[in-house]
Write a protein that binds this ligand. Structure first.
Ligand code: GRF
Length: 217
């Protein structure tokens, strides 16, 4: 482990199970979670962060007149920690152009679908309603296009006949907790980059679905 670990700020709005997976991984990886930011004071992820003595910031978006005012304050708070990477882990806010440009190439998100399919919310139910046989999750760089940035890694899950949306959510979470720490570790080790709106690993351009062959689990 190098002496200068990659500083990561994690943004959440809720339970924070992905945050927990990242906290656990950070104990033996080349990154440190410098702060956790939530737009909701009741996010359980804040409890997880405090239990590990990670600084927390609550910025309630409802107290700001508009998205730009909120994002401007968000940038100020985040920059105090001088992060190399921002990790969106269930952060339920659309980020402004200003925010994305400020951190260009330094923000990643995890989205519960096989992008470019099923952008937006309620993905598990929509996948079931469409009669899909395979579902999945994507880690991607964040760009101004909502859920549209270049994919770094995807994991798939097989949809069984009896699966409900909440069963799918659980299956997806199990995959998320594996792949998100893996991607953050790669970034911390300087192996991952966004260039020309594409994702690169070890200086190689990644295919549209990211760096791993997809085999349904
Ligand atoms: C995850 O399913 C992630 O894909 C989505 O939000 C959810 C966050 O879950 N972006 P948690 O708060 O990490 O448990």
């Amino acid at each position: 482990m190098s002496s200068s670990r990659c500083s990561v700020v994690v943004l959440i709005s809720g339970n924070g199970s992905n945050l927990q997976a990242l906290i656990d991984c950070s104990k033996h990886a080349n990154f440190v979670i410098s702060a956790v930011v939530s737009n909701r004071a009741d996010a359980y992820g804040l409890v997880r962060a405090k239990a590990e003595q990670i600084p927390t910031i609550v910025l309630d978006h409802q107290r700001f007149p508009d998205r730009l005012a909120f994002d401007t304050q968000l940038i100020q708070e985040i920059d105090k920690f001088n992060p190399r990477l921002l990790v969106l882990a269930g952060f339920m806010r659309i980020l402004s152009e200003k925010f994305i440009q400020h951190y260009n190439g330094k923000v990643i998100n995890i989205h519960p679908s096989l992008l470019p399919g099923y952008r937006g919310t309620n993905t598990h139910q929509r996948v079931l309603d469409a009669g899909e046989k395979v579902h999945g999750v994507s880690v991607h760089f964040v760009t101004e296009e909502l859920d549209g940035g270049p994919v770094i890694l995807q994991a798939t899950v097989t949809i069984e006949k009896a699966d409900t949306a909440s069963m799918l959510e659980e299956k997806i979470h199990r995959q998320e907790h594996q792949i998100y720490p893996e991607v953050v570790t790669l970034f911390a080790d300087n192996r991952l980059q966004m260039k020309d709106n594409r994702a690169w690993l070890d200086e190689r351009l990644l295919p549209q679905h990211g760096y791993r062959e997809q085999t349904p689990s």
